[in-house]
Design a protein around this ligand. Structure first.
Ligand code: T5A
Length: 224
């Protein structure tokens, strides 16, 4: 019998080294994650933290190979195959980089995408189901959840605009149709409700400075 979402939530835990933090950023393409990550790095360094910034998929030698395999795939992957590739990259990243780094005092890991990407992209937009994705994450090391997740929420049109301005070649997901992206946004908003104690939704159609200000206010409370 399948576990319910509330049962599955009990399998998750945050890192426990006092004074160390695990932060993730989420949002659709062009929502401004990389832009805000630079801001977060400065904020934490200025406060005397050791900072490690990583991205998903990737962040390890093995994970970067998987990133290449997924984002440059010309074959439509089965949603479960897609999901397991992201999880393989994540498990390796946790073992090699995240967990050892967070054992140090006053350290922070800032992660560009994590669990909520898989919940929104594979769970919701690819229709694997939120329960299925949570179930796959219930065992160590995948059951580690961030202390705080910033969900940068933008409408689809703005995502397209920003991608167009950047002008790079479309990858595996950027070539998806607007229906996929609508499900994605819905998925993220659902996750923000489900994990409301961890995920802070920010209106990222504001200027980068306005978005950073919201993050700063939240960090002041988090680091008290
Ligand atoms: N994926 C990933 C899954 O399907 N499942 C998973 O489990 C995981 C982990 C990763 C892909 O893999 C998928 C999701 C993705 O499709 P990626 O290359 O890492 O691919 O893609 P993104 O993370 O989406 O990278 P982007 O660069 O597109 O998005 P960002 O980092 O959110 O955006 P950023 O900061 O580079 O900004 C984009 C542009 O907008 C401007 C910036 O200057 C830049 O030009 N900008 C703003 N302009 C105005 N106002 C603001 N507030 C702005 N913020 C940024």
């Amino acid at each position: 019998m399948k576990n319910s979402i509330s049962e599955l939530k009990t399998f998750y835990r945050s890192p426990v080294t006092p004074g160390s933090y695990f932060i993730s950023l989420e949002g659709i393409e062009g929502s401004g994650k990389s832009t805000q990550i630079k801001h977060l790095e400065t904020m934490f360094s200025d406060r005397g933290y050791r900072v490690l910034t990583l991205r998903e998929p990737g962040g390890t030698e093995f994970g970067e190979k998987l990133r290449e395999a997924i984002l440059k795939s010309t074959t439509p992957l089965h949603p479960l195959a897609e999901c397991h590739l992201f999880l393989a990259s994540r498990a390796q990243l946790l073992k090699e980089k995240i967990l050892p780094f967070l054992l140090q005092p006053k350290s922070v890991v800032i992660l560009d995408r994590y669990l909520d990407s898989t919940l929104a992209y594979q769970g919701k937009a690819r229709k694997l189901g939120i329960e299925t994705v949570l179930e796959l994450h219930r065992h160590e090391p995948l059951n580690l959840i961030p202390h705080r997740t910033y969900f940068l929420d933008i409408p689809l049109e703005l995502s397209y605009d920003r991608q167009l301005k950047r002008g790079s070649v479309k990858d595996y997901f950027e070539s998806e149709k607007s229906e996929f992206y609508s499900h994605l946004i819905e998925g993220y908003r659902e996750m923000a409700k489900l994990f409301s104690d961890r995920i802070l939704t920010i209106d990222a159609s504001q200027t980068p400075e306005q978005v950073s200000k919201v993050i700063d206010q939240d960090l002041d409370n988090l680091l008290k």
